[in-house]
Ligand binder design. Structure first.
Ligand code: FMN
Length: 162
């Protein structure tokens, strides 16, 4: 059976994570960006990974909608859930809890807080003004947790057993 990563990404971090994850598997993994494509038919996949990123403390609406509309089917899959974010510690955990329902979190075999990036050149004027209000960002930040991505990949793709 096959695996799919269904994700959304504003400035490319959650997409980078999706690509990194797809390369960890020795099998082919489909990538579906919900911003550009409709949700795939889940019937042909036994492994489903869902990933999004946090802006203003919430995950993308389309990811939430997809999870809500497909919750029952997702509960029958080998499921992984991840987030890109810049807050750390308890704040990151709270954002994860708010992003995915308890049922999906309890069912997921892999849960990932992958960290994130702030790239000033990619921000709109509105986003820059939000950043300014939140204390200001004067240089790009890259805090992607590669170890977390690799660990998540090993679990979801059963690599520790091979
Ligand atoms: C306007 C804006 C608001 C953000 N708000 C949050 C936030 O509330 N919590 C958080 O952890 N990270 C926040 N971030 C950081 C993003 O989660 C981080 O940049 C992440 O890497 C974005 O991933 P993406 O490029 O895949 O969308 C924010 C970033 C921007 C640009």
């Amino acid at each position: 059976m096959a695996a799919v990563i269904i994700y959304m990404s504003l400035h490319g971090c959650a997409e980078k994570a999706a690509v990194m994850l797809s390369k960890i598997s020795w099998k082919e993994v489909d990538l579906v960006n919900l911003r550009e494509h409709p949700p795939p038919d889940l019937g042909k996949y036994d492994t489903v990974i869902i990933g999004g990123s946090i802006h203003m403390e919430t995950i993308q609406d389309k990811i939430k909608k997809f999870c809500n509309e497909n919750e029952q089917e997702l509960l029958g899959k080998r499921l992984g859930l991840y987030l890109c974010h810049i807050y750390e510690g308890e704040s990151a955990l709270i954002q994860f809890r708010n992003a995915y329902t308890k049922k999906l979190r309890d069912h997921a075999v892999a849960k990932g807080l992958f960290g994130g990036e702030l790239n000033i050149e990619k921000m709109s004027p509105y986003e820059k003004s939000l950043m300014k209000k939140a204390g200001g960002v004067d240089k790009n930040i890259s805090r992607i947790n590669q170890q977390a991505i690799e660990g998540f990949g090993r679990v979801i793709f059963h690599l520790d057993k091979s």
